[in-house]
Ligand binder design. Structure first.
Ligand SMILES: Cc1cc2ncn([C@H]3O[C@H](COP(=O)(O)O)[C@@H](O)[C@H]3O)c2cc1C
Ligand SMILES: O=C(O)c1cccnc1
Length: 340
């Protein structure tokens, strides 16, 4: 638990945010110099070069490696789903958790391709958080404890942590967090999610508007936004991103919903996502704008809108390829190739 002798739970979270380390600048510089010696025109590997340098900085070595990538999927149940904001019933969350365990979801197949481990964290699925239109999703103690629980994603000592989620209704929750953090109109943040249209989409926009309206006066504190509007998987993912940072483990974000957890930390500290890569931009319309807001350029843009960590898992292939080139390519000198 994060409760200290003197502080409130959120103060403990704030203390951790204040302790976030930066990357190893010497390792970054060494990796950058290596990229310039490898047998290719400088910059010819485009973002693969930046990715190798990014991972080098966070792993603290000139030649980093990703041998134990982990996809951590956090699952939770949302009271707001009872408003009919998703075409699917809340039971699907538990059923999909069973499907992950059986190895039969999309994310399992993608993990298999890249040799990634999948860990599923089930956050009290029989106990939905209150409907955010009516009441706060979490108390401060619950929110801090759930963030602490999310730190368990680091327990297997992954060398790359990808985040995913499952929770019917959670694109509504994510939209509420973005609307709470960034303002504007509710409708700007709301999209179809699993496929909401017409009346369902209208109920979703109204739920986001009303939940944020209910939270007015508390929106300048990102942890309050998380507590009042976010579900357990969002809080746990925020904790996982923070824990990864404290251990200098690089993170790959997934789509719109995972990005809501990231946005809370970024609002607390502009450097909070420096260890994160955006695995992809999802087809949820507001995701692109949110990534711009966060200063993240997605690695992939494949029109995916699934969640589960599927886009983050797919990006492992890009990261591994970047590191394979960085580690395995000869330098101009080694290969005996004439430099420019
Ligand atoms: C079969 C199925 C598998 C999924 N895997 C991820 N999600 C995704 O859809 C949900 C969010 O969308 P909304 O807010 O519209 O409910 C999340 O659980 C998310 O991960 C799924 C949804 C379904 C139906
Ligand atoms: O982008 C996402 O995270 C997403 C989109 C649709 C449904 N679930 C998640």
């Amino acid at each position: 638990m994060l409760r200290s002798a003197t502080g409130l739970p959120f103060d403990d979270i704030r203390n951790l945010v204040a302790q976030m380390p930066g990357p190893d600048e010497a390792a970054r510089a060494a990796a950058r110099a290596r990229q310039d010696r490898l047998v290719k025109p400088p910059g010819a590997l485009g973002r693969l070069e930046e990715i190798a340098i990014h991972i080098a900085g966070w792993q603290g070595r000139e030649i980093p490696a990703v041998n134990r990538p982990t996809v951590a999927v956090f699952a939770a149940t949302h009271g707001v789903a009872g408003r009919g904001v998703s075409p699917y019933p809340s039971e699907v969350t538990k059923q999909m958790v069973a499907t992950f365990t059986a190895g039969k979801a999309a994310v399992n197949q993608i993990c298999g391709v890249f040799g990634a481990g999948l860990r599923v964290f089930d956050l009290a699925l029989d106990l939905p958080t209150p409907d955010i239109v009516e009441a706060d999703a979490l108390t401060e103690a619950e929110c801090a404890a759930t963030m602490a629980f999310g730190m368990e994603a680091l327990a297997g000592e992954p060398d790359l942590l990808c985040l995913g989620e499952m929770g019917i209704g959670n694109t509504t929750v994510a939209a509420a967090i973005f609307h709470g953090l960034y303002g504007g109109e509710a409708a700007e943040w709301v999209g179809p999610g699993t496929g909401s249209t017409g009346e369902t989409l209208a109920r979703k926009i109204e739920a986001v508007r009303a939940a944020v309206e209910r939270s007015r006066g508390h929106l300048d504190d990102p942890l309050e936004v998380l507590r009042k509007l976010g579900g357990r998987e969002i809080a746990a993912m925020a904790g996982a991103i923070l824990a990864a940072r404290l251990q200098r483990v690089p993170v790959v974000l997934d789509g719109y919903v995972v990005t809501a957890a990231a946005a809370v930390l970024k609002a607390m500290d502009p450097s909070a996502l420096d260890h994160c890569l955006a695995g992809h931009v999802s087809a949820e319309p507001a995701h692109r704008r949110v990534l711009e807001q966060l200063g993240l350029v997605p690695l992939l843009d494949l029109g995916m809108r699934l969640g589960e960590g599927s886009g983050a898992a797919l990006a492992i292939g890009v990261v591994k390829s970047a590191l394979a080139c960085h580690a395995g390519m000869a330098t101009f000198a080694e290969a005996g190739v004439s430099d420019a």
